[in-house]
Design a protein around this ligand. Structure first.
Ligand code: SF4
Length: 611
């Protein structure tokens, strides 16, 4: 067996409280790598089509990448994946911190969960001992309280848990580790809550075996030295301010949406914008925070005396945008407070902020009144109402129950206002405008997990070294005219989508795309021992993306017919997508992968499901 992976996964069945190990062949790893790739392979094969995502038969899991648990830079990430209860499509949510590597330390390449407990439970995997324990005393606690209580009982462990939003089966809830790192998108907090699973507690002693330690150390040191000595302002800014460095500049260039995607720059002028700038936020930083094996450390722990918050995590750009610009809110304290509440309750900040924006626009347009909002005045930028409404959503209280599953369902229940619901198939759009990053419209509308900005949007990443020949990963050069609609662009979209599925499967952080040249295949060889070339990496990524696509199609969803709200987009994203489909070997009129490409990608088992 090659090194780097453990060769086995763990199944947990909450219905009959059993654990079962399954060994996987080397061929599976070579074809699906780990992380996202392993997730889609295992869940596609083990969960029948059209399974209710909130039923006992629904399977979801935690998938560290192939390189996760090693010192390879920026590889500490993992995926939570399964069927999304929010979009009813393939769902995935990426997360960092220290939980992913601990799965490997426990001896597994993935933990998959099925069944449903009769009462609140939590899972412990402590060395060789595995248990399903009573969680009645944890139910109702937020994730910080949950982690503190479990650490009191089990010592130094890694924990992933849900807060009140997941317990209340909010379809916009996520799963949290390290007290504030959240696998936020796709609604997996609700899946975990529906199974009455409060937390997973891990402590392992296993070490990931390395094929060539000297090579691993050499490439890691070289990359880290370059990252840590660079004077490039982008990287220095990133290390200092994290993603908040986008708070001002991205709005100024026209990327950040405001006023529920319907506003203009005049709605949020400079004197208001600067109040929520990276420099203002930085005044509250106590110390930097980073994921396992990352020397960039783009996160931060903050202290906010005004809110009596002794320890809270710095809000990300996405949170600042969804609770700031989108609501025309320039009050930093409201953003800090909303961020802390969302992290503790385990709710997606993008979806929560966008849902509040939806409610505010409905209020402005007189579709709802104070009688409907339990007396809240939902005017733009109203700090008190933002926090009060957020708490109502988390607790499904009053109007919060209407809004707890995001904008699409809220508009349906309301019977009006769908034109103000800024989502794609139910998932609220990431805070990046397709009017600025043209390819974002295609990604939002047609990725097998719609609405996410982090899947594979080409334009979003072209500020990084990938635009230079061999600039990011050796062997990858984008076609010359990729910025314009046409053959070059479609080929570039395919190339980029494929390589991103591959890097997600390694456990590599997406921010690698904006930094410096990265020794991708060199690290795979050093850790695992495989002599992969770039063509195989791309084909592997194409296989993973095609299987994600097949999962969503098998659900009976004609993704190509999906539309995103008119006010978010100017380009013909359907035309863009058709070219991409052709290059992927998919029918450009239906989005269905052609039989020939399925056979070529060793996805023959999909043919009977789609044809
Ligand atoms: S760059 Fe930031 S998000 Fe990515 S691995 Fe490092 S600390 Fe985590």
């Amino acid at each position: 067996m090659s090194k780097g992976y453990l060769g086995k996964i763990l199944w947990v069945n909450l219905s009959d409280e059993t654990f079962k190990e399954e060994k996987l062949s080397e061929e599976i790893y070579r074809q699906y790598i780990g992380g996202l790739g392993l997730a889609v392979k295992l869940i596609y094969e083990n969960m029948p089509a059209k399974t209710d995502a909130l039923s006992p038969e629904s399977i979801f899991g935690f998938f560290p990448g192939l390189l996760t648990g090693t010192v390879a830079p920026l590889t500490g990430r993992f995926m939570v994946a399964g069927k999304s209860p929010l979009t009813k499509t393939w769902g995935d949510a990426n997360c960092g911190g220290y939980f992913g590597p601990e799965i490997k330390k426990c001896g597994y390449d993935a933990i998959l969960i099925k069944g449903m407990a009769g009462s609140p439970k939590y899972i412990t995997i402590l060395g060789e001992e595995k248990q399903i324990l009573d969680a009645s005393d944890l139910w109702g606690l937020d994730v910080v309280q949950t982690e503190d209580k479990l650490k009191e009982k089990h010592g130094s462990v890694q924990i992933a848990s849900i807060g009140q939003a997941g317990e209340n089966i909010s379809l916009i809830s996520g799963i949290v580790n390290d007290k504030a790192r959240i696998a936020a998108r796709s609604g997996f907090g609700a899946v975990m809550g529906s199974k009455k699973l409060k937390a997973i507690v891990l402590k392992g002693e296993n070490k990931v075996e390395i094929s060539d330690k000297d090579a691993l150390i050499h490439h890691t040191k070289d990359y880290n030295d370059r990252i840590n000595t660079t004077t490039a302002t982008g990287i220095i800014g990133y290390k200092t301010f994290g993603t908040t460095m986008g708070n001002e500049i991205l709005f100024k260039v026209g990327d950040t949406p405001c006023k529920n995607w319907g506003g203009t720059k005049e709605d949020f002028p400079d004197d208001r914008l600067t109040k929520i700038s990276d420099h203002e936020i930085d005044k509250y930083k106590e110390k930097p925070y980073g994921c396992f094996s990352c020397s960039v450390r783009c996160g931060a722990i903050m202290k906010v005396p005004e809110l009596e918050l002794e320890e809270t995590h710095r809000p990300e750009y996405e949170t600042c945008a969804s609770f700031g610009h989108l609501l025309l809110n320039d009050d930093l304290m409201t953003i800090f407070k909303a961020n802390d509440i969302c992290n503790r309750a385990g709710i997606d900040t993008i979806s929560a902020g966008t849902t509040i924006a939806f409610a505010m626009e409905c209020y402005e347009k007189n579709l709802i009144s104070k009688d409907d909002t339990d007396g809240l005045e939902l005017t733009w930028g109203n700090s008190e109402s933002i926090i009060a409404l957020l708490n109502k959503i988390i607790n499904r209280e009053g109007i919060g129950d209407l809004l707890a599953d995001g904008t699409k369902i809220a508009a349906e229940k309301l019977g009006k206002g769908s034109e103000y619901a800024m989502h794609s198939m139910g998932q609220e759009l990431g805070m990046h405008s397709p009017k600025y990053y043209k390819n974002m419209g295609t990604t939002f509308a047609f990725d097998p997990t719609p609405g996410k900005h982090t899947t594979a949007s080409l334009d979003f990443f072209i500020m990084g070294p990938i635009i230079k020949p061999n600039g990011l990963f050796e062997g990858i050069t984008l076609p010359r005219k990729f910025k314009r609609l046409g053959e070059d662009r479609s080929e570039a979209e395919k190339l980029f989508t494929a390589i991103m599925q591959f890097t997600h499967s390694l456990g590599l952080c997406e921010f690698v795309y904006v930094f410096q040249k990265y020794p991708l295949l060199e690290l795979v060889k050093a850790v695992v021992g495989w002599d992969l070339d770039i063509a195989e990496a791309i084909k592997t990524g194409q296989r993973i993306q095609t299987l994600r696509q097949a999962f969503t199609l098998r659900e009976g969803i004609e993704i190509i017919k999906n539309k995103i709200p008119d006010r978010t987009v100017t380009v013909d994203y359907l035309e863009d997508y058709k070219g991409y489909c052709e290059n992927m070997g998919w029918n450009p009129e239906t989005g269905y992968p052609l039989k020939e490409i399925l056979a070529d990608l060793n996805l023959d088992f999909v043919i009977k499901d789609l044809y």
